[in-house]
Design a binder for this molecule. Structure first.
Ligand code: GLU
Length: 444
Protein backbone atom coordinates (compact mmCIF):
# COMPACT_ATOMS: atom_id res chain seq x y z
CA UNK A 1 0.00 0.00 0.00
CA UNK A 2 1.45 3.36 -0.87
CA UNK A 3 1.02 6.01 1.76
CA UNK A 4 -1.03 9.12 0.99
CA UNK A 5 -1.64 11.75 3.64
CA UNK A 6 -3.17 15.18 3.61
CA UNK A 7 -2.82 18.42 5.49
CA UNK A 8 -6.13 20.26 5.53
CA UNK A 9 -5.94 23.82 6.80
CA UNK A 10 -8.82 26.26 6.60
CA UNK A 11 -7.71 29.49 4.91
CA UNK A 12 -9.34 31.57 7.63
CA UNK A 13 -6.10 32.52 9.35
CA UNK A 14 -2.36 32.11 9.27
CA UNK A 15 -0.43 28.94 9.97
CA UNK A 16 0.92 28.92 13.50
CA UNK A 17 3.21 26.53 15.34
CA UNK A 18 0.42 24.09 16.26
CA UNK A 19 -1.03 23.58 12.81
CA UNK A 20 2.36 23.67 11.17
CA UNK A 21 3.41 20.78 13.38
CA UNK A 22 0.46 18.81 11.99
CA UNK A 23 1.54 19.67 8.45
CA UNK A 24 5.10 18.71 9.26
CA UNK A 25 4.27 15.36 10.83
CA UNK A 26 2.12 14.47 7.83
CA UNK A 27 4.93 15.47 5.51
CA UNK A 28 7.61 13.59 7.47
CA UNK A 29 5.42 10.49 7.62
CA UNK A 30 4.89 10.63 3.85
CA UNK A 31 8.63 10.97 3.28
CA UNK A 32 9.50 8.19 5.69
CA UNK A 33 7.25 5.86 3.67
CA UNK A 34 8.00 7.14 0.18
CA UNK A 35 4.39 8.33 0.07
CA UNK A 36 2.50 11.38 -1.11
CA UNK A 37 1.54 14.55 0.72
CA UNK A 38 -1.63 16.33 -0.35
CA UNK A 39 -2.50 19.91 0.52
CA UNK A 40 -6.26 20.22 0.90
CA UNK A 41 -7.64 23.70 1.37
CA UNK A 42 -10.71 23.44 3.60
CA UNK A 43 -12.56 26.45 2.25
CA UNK A 44 -16.19 25.34 2.37
CA UNK A 45 -16.85 28.39 4.52
CA UNK A 46 -16.68 30.88 1.67
CA UNK A 47 -17.47 33.83 3.90
CA UNK A 48 -14.47 33.30 6.19
CA UNK A 49 -11.94 31.90 3.71
CA UNK A 50 -9.69 34.32 1.85
CA UNK A 51 -7.32 34.04 -1.08
CA UNK A 52 -4.71 35.92 0.95
CA UNK A 53 -4.73 33.34 3.76
CA UNK A 54 -4.60 30.55 1.19
CA UNK A 55 -1.57 32.15 -0.44
CA UNK A 56 0.00 32.66 2.98
CA UNK A 57 -0.40 28.96 3.80
CA UNK A 58 1.27 27.98 0.55
CA UNK A 59 4.09 30.47 1.06
CA UNK A 60 4.73 29.24 4.60
CA UNK A 61 4.75 25.56 3.63
CA UNK A 62 7.03 26.28 0.69
CA UNK A 63 9.41 28.29 2.85
CA UNK A 64 9.56 25.42 5.35
CA UNK A 65 10.33 22.98 2.53
CA UNK A 66 7.06 21.09 2.92
CA UNK A 67 6.29 20.73 -0.76
CA UNK A 68 3.08 19.01 -1.72
CA UNK A 69 2.51 16.40 -4.40
CA UNK A 70 -1.07 17.46 -5.02
CA UNK A 71 -3.36 20.23 -3.87
CA UNK A 72 -7.04 21.01 -4.17
CA UNK A 73 -9.77 23.23 -2.78
CA UNK A 74 -12.90 21.89 -1.17
CA UNK A 75 -14.82 24.87 -2.58
CA UNK A 76 -14.44 23.27 -6.04
CA UNK A 77 -16.07 20.06 -4.93
CA UNK A 78 -19.50 20.99 -3.59
CA UNK A 79 -21.16 18.65 -6.11
CA UNK A 80 -19.32 15.71 -4.54
CA UNK A 81 -20.50 16.68 -1.05
CA UNK A 82 -24.08 17.12 -2.31
CA UNK A 83 -23.98 13.66 -3.86
CA UNK A 84 -22.69 12.11 -0.62
CA UNK A 85 -25.34 13.98 1.39
CA UNK A 86 -28.05 12.65 -0.91
CA UNK A 87 -26.82 9.10 -0.38
CA UNK A 88 -26.86 9.56 3.37
CA UNK A 89 -30.36 11.03 3.23
CA UNK A 90 -31.57 8.12 1.13
CA UNK A 91 -30.10 5.72 3.67
CA UNK A 92 -31.86 7.54 6.50
CA UNK A 93 -28.58 8.62 8.06
CA UNK A 94 -28.92 12.35 7.41
CA UNK A 95 -32.07 13.95 8.76
CA UNK A 96 -33.49 17.46 8.78
CA UNK A 97 -33.80 19.39 12.05
CA UNK A 98 -35.56 22.68 12.57
CA UNK A 99 -34.55 23.76 16.06
CA UNK A 100 -33.14 27.22 16.46
CA UNK A 101 -29.95 27.81 18.41
CA UNK A 102 -32.00 29.22 21.29
CA UNK A 103 -34.24 26.20 21.42
CA UNK A 104 -31.24 23.88 21.53
CA UNK A 105 -29.64 25.98 24.27
CA UNK A 106 -32.75 25.78 26.39
CA UNK A 107 -32.95 22.00 26.02
CA UNK A 108 -29.30 21.65 26.96
CA UNK A 109 -29.86 23.70 30.11
CA UNK A 110 -32.80 21.53 31.13
CA UNK A 111 -30.72 18.37 30.55
CA UNK A 112 -27.85 19.75 32.60
CA UNK A 113 -30.16 20.80 35.42
CA UNK A 114 -31.41 17.21 35.57
CA UNK A 115 -27.86 15.90 35.65
CA UNK A 116 -28.15 14.49 32.12
CA UNK A 117 -25.45 14.81 29.44
CA UNK A 118 -26.34 17.65 27.02
CA UNK A 119 -26.80 15.42 24.01
CA UNK A 120 -29.16 16.21 21.15
CA UNK A 121 -32.42 14.35 21.89
CA UNK A 122 -33.24 13.49 18.27
CA UNK A 123 -36.65 15.11 18.54
CA UNK A 124 -36.43 15.90 14.82
CA UNK A 125 -36.49 12.20 13.96
CA UNK A 126 -40.10 12.12 15.14
CA UNK A 127 -41.30 15.04 13.05
CA UNK A 128 -44.17 14.23 10.74
CA UNK A 129 -44.20 15.50 7.17
CA UNK A 130 -46.94 17.94 8.16
CA UNK A 131 -44.82 19.33 11.00
CA UNK A 132 -41.84 19.74 8.69
CA UNK A 133 -44.03 21.50 6.13
CA UNK A 134 -45.31 23.82 8.85
CA UNK A 135 -41.74 24.77 9.79
CA UNK A 136 -40.89 25.38 6.14
CA UNK A 137 -44.00 27.52 5.77
CA UNK A 138 -42.78 29.57 8.75
CA UNK A 139 -39.64 30.21 6.72
CA UNK A 140 -37.41 27.88 8.71
CA UNK A 141 -34.73 26.02 6.81
CA UNK A 142 -33.46 22.69 8.11
CA UNK A 143 -29.98 21.89 9.25
CA UNK A 144 -28.99 18.29 8.72
CA UNK A 145 -27.68 15.86 11.32
CA UNK A 146 -25.92 12.57 10.83
CA UNK A 147 -27.61 9.81 12.78
CA UNK A 148 -24.91 8.05 14.74
CA UNK A 149 -25.27 4.37 15.42
CA UNK A 150 -24.32 4.92 19.04
CA UNK A 151 -21.65 2.31 19.54
CA UNK A 152 -18.04 1.86 20.49
CA UNK A 153 -15.91 2.93 17.55
CA UNK A 154 -12.37 1.65 17.95
CA UNK A 155 -9.17 2.06 15.98
CA UNK A 156 -5.46 1.47 16.38
CA UNK A 157 -4.09 4.99 16.53
CA UNK A 158 -0.62 5.60 15.08
CA UNK A 159 0.21 7.87 17.99
CA UNK A 160 -2.06 6.74 20.83
CA UNK A 161 -2.28 3.00 20.37
CA UNK A 162 -5.71 1.45 20.91
CA UNK A 163 -8.34 4.20 20.86
CA UNK A 164 -12.08 4.12 21.38
CA UNK A 165 -14.91 6.61 21.20
CA UNK A 166 -18.44 5.85 22.30
CA UNK A 167 -20.70 7.56 19.78
CA UNK A 168 -23.68 6.90 22.05
CA UNK A 169 -22.34 9.67 24.26
CA UNK A 170 -22.26 12.20 21.42
CA UNK A 171 -24.85 14.40 19.76
CA UNK A 172 -25.59 13.53 16.17
CA UNK A 173 -23.25 15.93 14.40
CA UNK A 174 -24.64 18.66 12.16
CA UNK A 175 -23.17 18.13 8.70
CA UNK A 176 -25.03 20.85 6.81
CA UNK A 177 -26.07 24.18 8.30
CA UNK A 178 -29.45 25.81 7.67
CA UNK A 179 -27.82 28.18 5.19
CA UNK A 180 -26.60 25.17 3.19
CA UNK A 181 -22.99 25.39 4.34
CA UNK A 182 -21.20 22.06 4.56
CA UNK A 183 -19.38 21.92 7.85
CA UNK A 184 -15.99 20.28 7.85
CA UNK A 185 -17.05 16.80 8.96
CA UNK A 186 -18.64 15.36 5.81
CA UNK A 187 -16.49 16.96 3.08
CA UNK A 188 -13.41 15.73 4.88
CA UNK A 189 -14.62 12.12 4.77
CA UNK A 190 -15.78 12.40 1.15
CA UNK A 191 -12.36 13.73 0.14
CA UNK A 192 -10.44 11.20 2.19
CA UNK A 193 -12.32 8.43 0.41
CA UNK A 194 -12.11 9.88 -3.10
CA UNK A 195 -8.46 10.89 -2.79
CA UNK A 196 -7.60 7.47 -1.35
CA UNK A 197 -6.02 8.93 1.77
CA UNK A 198 -4.40 6.10 3.69
CA UNK A 199 -3.57 7.90 6.95
CA UNK A 200 -5.35 10.80 8.60
CA UNK A 201 -2.86 12.50 10.90
CA UNK A 202 -4.06 15.42 12.99
CA UNK A 203 -4.12 16.86 16.50
CA UNK A 204 -5.69 15.03 19.42
CA UNK A 205 -8.44 17.66 19.53
CA UNK A 206 -9.96 15.64 16.66
CA UNK A 207 -10.27 12.31 18.51
CA UNK A 208 -14.02 12.68 19.09
CA UNK A 209 -14.56 13.72 15.47
CA UNK A 210 -12.82 10.56 14.44
CA UNK A 211 -15.48 8.49 16.18
CA UNK A 212 -18.23 10.21 14.19
CA UNK A 213 -16.23 10.29 10.97
CA UNK A 214 -15.49 6.55 11.08
CA UNK A 215 -19.27 6.02 11.16
CA UNK A 216 -19.58 8.32 8.12
CA UNK A 217 -16.82 6.39 6.31
CA UNK A 218 -18.80 3.22 7.00
CA UNK A 219 -22.08 4.78 5.88
CA UNK A 220 -20.49 5.90 2.61
CA UNK A 221 -18.79 2.57 2.05
CA UNK A 222 -15.24 3.45 3.15
CA UNK A 223 -12.42 2.48 2.97
CA UNK A 224 -11.50 3.70 6.43
CA UNK A 225 -8.00 5.15 6.65
CA UNK A 226 -5.66 4.71 9.59
CA UNK A 227 -5.67 7.54 12.11
CA UNK A 228 -2.95 9.22 14.11
CA UNK A 229 -3.71 11.92 16.69
CA UNK A 230 -0.66 13.78 17.86
CA UNK A 231 -0.43 15.19 21.37
CA UNK A 232 -0.86 18.90 21.69
CA UNK A 233 2.06 21.22 22.27
CA UNK A 234 2.70 22.51 25.78
CA UNK A 235 4.98 25.28 26.95
CA UNK A 236 8.39 24.91 28.57
CA UNK A 237 6.65 24.78 31.96
CA UNK A 238 4.50 21.84 30.89
CA UNK A 239 1.38 24.02 30.99
CA UNK A 240 -0.83 24.85 28.03
CA UNK A 241 1.11 26.69 25.34
CA UNK A 242 1.00 30.40 25.99
CA UNK A 243 -1.23 32.50 23.74
CA UNK A 244 1.80 34.44 22.60
CA UNK A 245 3.67 31.37 21.34
CA UNK A 246 0.59 29.42 20.28
CA UNK A 247 -0.59 32.21 18.04
CA UNK A 248 2.84 32.98 16.61
CA UNK A 249 2.53 32.69 12.85
CA UNK A 250 5.20 31.16 10.64
CA UNK A 251 5.57 34.46 8.82
CA UNK A 252 6.25 36.17 12.15
CA UNK A 253 8.81 33.53 13.04
CA UNK A 254 10.43 34.09 9.68
CA UNK A 255 10.62 37.82 10.38
CA UNK A 256 12.10 37.06 13.79
CA UNK A 257 14.97 35.40 11.96
CA UNK A 258 14.26 31.72 12.51
CA UNK A 259 15.63 29.35 9.90
CA UNK A 260 13.13 26.92 8.38
CA UNK A 261 15.30 23.93 9.30
CA UNK A 262 15.41 25.08 12.94
CA UNK A 263 11.61 25.27 13.03
CA UNK A 264 11.10 21.91 11.33
CA UNK A 265 13.79 20.17 13.44
CA UNK A 266 12.26 21.58 16.60
CA UNK A 267 8.61 20.83 15.80
CA UNK A 268 9.49 17.46 14.28
CA UNK A 269 11.54 16.25 17.22
CA UNK A 270 9.97 17.59 20.40
CA UNK A 271 8.02 14.84 22.06
CA UNK A 272 10.08 12.14 20.32
CA UNK A 273 12.99 10.01 21.48
CA UNK A 274 15.30 11.60 18.88
CA UNK A 275 17.91 14.02 20.25
CA UNK A 276 16.80 17.62 19.92
CA UNK A 277 19.41 18.56 17.33
CA UNK A 278 19.08 20.37 14.04
CA UNK A 279 18.59 18.02 11.08
CA UNK A 280 20.67 18.22 7.95
CA UNK A 281 17.56 18.90 5.88
CA UNK A 282 13.83 18.44 6.16
CA UNK A 283 14.26 15.41 3.85
CA UNK A 284 16.71 13.92 6.32
CA UNK A 285 14.23 14.52 9.15
CA UNK A 286 11.71 12.59 7.08
CA UNK A 287 14.06 9.64 6.65
CA UNK A 288 14.34 9.23 10.41
CA UNK A 289 10.72 9.96 11.34
CA UNK A 290 8.65 7.23 13.01
CA UNK A 291 5.53 7.30 15.15
CA UNK A 292 7.19 4.68 17.34
CA UNK A 293 9.57 7.39 18.54
CA UNK A 294 6.73 9.56 19.76
CA UNK A 295 5.77 9.45 23.38
CA UNK A 296 2.27 9.80 24.75
CA UNK A 297 3.23 12.80 26.84
CA UNK A 298 2.72 16.26 25.38
CA UNK A 299 5.47 17.81 23.27
CA UNK A 300 7.24 20.60 25.09
CA UNK A 301 7.76 23.76 23.07
CA UNK A 302 10.64 25.70 24.59
CA UNK A 303 11.81 28.83 22.78
CA UNK A 304 15.28 28.32 24.28
CA UNK A 305 15.51 24.99 22.40
CA UNK A 306 14.41 26.63 19.17
CA UNK A 307 17.02 29.36 19.63
CA UNK A 308 19.70 26.76 20.22
CA UNK A 309 18.71 24.83 17.09
CA UNK A 310 18.65 28.05 15.09
CA UNK A 311 22.21 28.88 16.12
CA UNK A 312 23.24 25.28 15.36
CA UNK A 313 21.76 25.55 11.87
CA UNK A 314 23.71 28.74 11.19
CA UNK A 315 26.97 27.41 12.65
CA UNK A 316 26.82 24.53 10.18
CA UNK A 317 25.57 26.49 7.16
CA UNK A 318 27.93 26.15 4.16
CA UNK A 319 29.06 29.28 2.36
CA UNK A 320 27.33 28.23 -0.87
CA UNK A 321 24.03 28.18 1.00
CA UNK A 322 24.63 31.48 2.78
CA UNK A 323 26.08 33.34 -0.17
CA UNK A 324 22.98 34.73 -1.86
CA UNK A 325 21.54 35.80 1.48
CA UNK A 326 24.82 37.50 2.41
CA UNK A 327 24.78 39.31 -0.92
CA UNK A 328 21.19 40.42 -0.32
CA UNK A 329 22.34 42.01 2.94
CA UNK A 330 25.38 43.46 1.17
CA UNK A 331 27.53 41.37 3.52
CA UNK A 332 29.17 38.86 1.20
CA UNK A 333 32.75 39.33 2.30
CA UNK A 334 33.90 35.92 1.11
CA UNK A 335 34.04 32.38 2.36
CA UNK A 336 36.66 32.93 5.09
CA UNK A 337 34.55 35.74 6.51
CA UNK A 338 31.43 33.53 6.59
CA UNK A 339 33.25 30.57 8.11
CA UNK A 340 34.54 32.76 10.91
CA UNK A 341 31.37 34.72 11.54
CA UNK A 342 28.77 31.96 11.39
CA UNK A 343 30.08 30.66 14.74
CA UNK A 344 28.89 33.89 16.32
CA UNK A 345 25.39 34.01 14.88
CA UNK A 346 22.13 33.48 16.70
CA UNK A 347 20.12 34.83 13.78
CA UNK A 348 21.34 35.24 10.21
CA UNK A 349 21.00 39.01 10.23
CA UNK A 350 23.51 39.26 13.11
CA UNK A 351 26.06 39.03 10.31
CA UNK A 352 25.41 42.69 9.45
CA UNK A 353 26.95 43.85 12.71
CA UNK A 354 29.85 41.42 12.23
CA UNK A 355 30.56 42.76 8.75
CA UNK A 356 31.00 46.19 10.34
CA UNK A 357 33.86 44.78 12.43
CA UNK A 358 35.69 44.00 9.21
CA UNK A 359 34.93 46.93 6.96
CA UNK A 360 34.09 49.52 9.57
CA UNK A 361 33.34 51.96 10.80
CA UNK A 362 34.20 50.78 14.30
CA UNK A 363 34.58 53.30 17.08
CA UNK A 364 37.50 51.98 19.10
CA UNK A 365 37.20 51.81 22.86
CA UNK A 366 40.54 52.89 24.29
CA UNK A 367 40.99 52.93 28.03
CA UNK A 368 44.73 53.42 28.06
CA UNK A 369 46.13 55.43 25.15
CA UNK A 370 49.71 54.50 26.13
CA UNK A 371 48.81 50.81 25.75
CA UNK A 372 47.31 51.48 22.32
CA UNK A 373 50.41 53.37 21.24
CA UNK A 374 52.66 50.57 22.45
CA UNK A 375 50.58 48.03 20.53
CA UNK A 376 50.76 50.15 17.39
CA UNK A 377 54.54 50.37 17.68
CA UNK A 378 54.90 46.57 17.43
CA UNK A 379 52.14 45.85 14.90
CA UNK A 380 53.57 43.39 12.33
CA UNK A 381 53.95 44.60 8.74
CA UNK A 382 52.12 41.66 7.25
CA UNK A 383 48.92 40.49 8.85
CA UNK A 384 48.69 36.78 8.10
CA UNK A 385 47.22 33.99 10.20
CA UNK A 386 50.21 33.97 12.55
CA UNK A 387 50.20 37.76 13.03
CA UNK A 388 47.93 37.77 16.07
CA UNK A 389 50.18 35.53 18.15
CA UNK A 390 53.37 37.33 17.02
CA UNK A 391 51.76 40.69 17.77
CA UNK A 392 50.26 39.82 21.15
CA UNK A 393 53.60 38.34 22.26
CA UNK A 394 55.32 41.54 21.27
CA UNK A 395 52.70 43.68 23.05
CA UNK A 396 53.06 41.50 26.13
CA UNK A 397 56.82 42.02 26.11
CA UNK A 398 56.66 45.76 25.68
CA UNK A 399 53.79 46.49 28.09
CA UNK A 400 54.05 43.63 30.59
CA UNK A 401 50.29 43.00 30.19
CA UNK A 402 49.18 39.40 29.98
CA UNK A 403 46.05 37.26 29.93
CA UNK A 404 42.83 39.18 30.01
CA UNK A 405 44.64 42.47 30.58
CA UNK A 406 46.42 41.94 27.29
CA UNK A 407 43.63 40.54 25.12
CA UNK A 408 40.65 42.53 26.33
CA UNK A 409 42.01 46.02 25.58
CA UNK A 410 43.09 44.88 22.12
CA UNK A 411 39.62 43.48 21.41
CA UNK A 412 38.06 46.69 22.70
CA UNK A 413 40.25 48.83 20.51
CA UNK A 414 39.85 46.76 17.35
CA UNK A 415 36.16 45.90 17.61
CA UNK A 416 34.71 48.40 20.09
CA UNK A 417 33.20 45.42 21.92
CA UNK A 418 33.94 43.03 24.77
CA UNK A 419 32.96 39.86 22.89
CA UNK A 420 33.13 38.67 19.34
CA UNK A 421 34.83 36.47 16.78
CA UNK A 422 38.22 34.83 17.13
CA UNK A 423 40.79 37.66 16.90
CA UNK A 424 43.51 35.62 15.18
CA UNK A 425 41.23 35.13 12.17
CA UNK A 426 39.58 38.51 12.37
CA UNK A 427 42.74 40.64 12.40
CA UNK A 428 43.93 39.73 8.87
CA UNK A 429 40.38 40.38 7.59
CA UNK A 430 40.26 43.89 9.06
CA UNK A 431 43.50 44.76 7.31
CA UNK A 432 46.46 46.79 8.47
CA UNK A 433 45.28 50.29 7.52
CA UNK A 434 42.08 50.08 9.51
CA UNK A 435 43.87 48.50 12.45
CA UNK A 436 46.35 51.36 12.52
CA UNK A 437 43.51 53.88 12.50
CA UNK A 438 41.64 52.09 15.26
CA UNK A 439 44.81 51.90 17.39
CA UNK A 440 45.10 55.66 16.95
CA UNK A 441 41.56 56.05 18.26
CA UNK A 442 40.01 56.93 14.91
CA UNK A 443 36.67 55.49 13.82
CA UNK A 444 37.52 53.26 10.85
N1 GLU B 1 -9.72 21.78 8.41
C1 GLU B 1 -9.64 20.89 9.53
C2 GLU B 1 -8.90 21.56 10.67
O1 GLU B 1 -8.08 22.40 10.40
C3 GLU B 1 -8.94 19.62 9.12
C4 GLU B 1 -8.90 18.56 10.16
C5 GLU B 1 -8.43 17.24 9.59
O2 GLU B 1 -7.24 17.10 9.38
O3 GLU B 1 -9.24 16.38 9.32
O4 GLU B 1 -9.18 21.29 11.82
Amino acid sequence: MSVKVRFAPSPTGKLHVGNVRTALINWLFARAHGGQFVLRIDDTDLARSTAAFEQGIEDDLTWLGLVWDERFNQSKRFDRYEAAAERLKAAGRLYPCYETGDELDRRRKVQLSRGLPPIYDRAALDLTDAEKAAYEAEGRKPHWRFRLEGKRVAWEDLARGHAEVDTASMSDPVLIREDGLFLYTLPSVVDDIEMAITHVIRGEDHVTNTGAQIEIFEALGGPIPDFGHTTLLVGADGQALSKRIGSLSISEMREMGYEPIAITSHLGRIGTSDPLEVGESVEALGQSFAFAKMGRSPARYDTADLDRLNAQALHAMPYEVARARLAALDCDLGEAFWTLMRQNLQKFDDVKALAVLVRGPVTPVIEDPAFAAAALAVLPETLDETAWSTWTNAVKESTGAKGKALFMPLRHILTGQAHGPDMATLVPMIGRDRIVQRLKGEAA
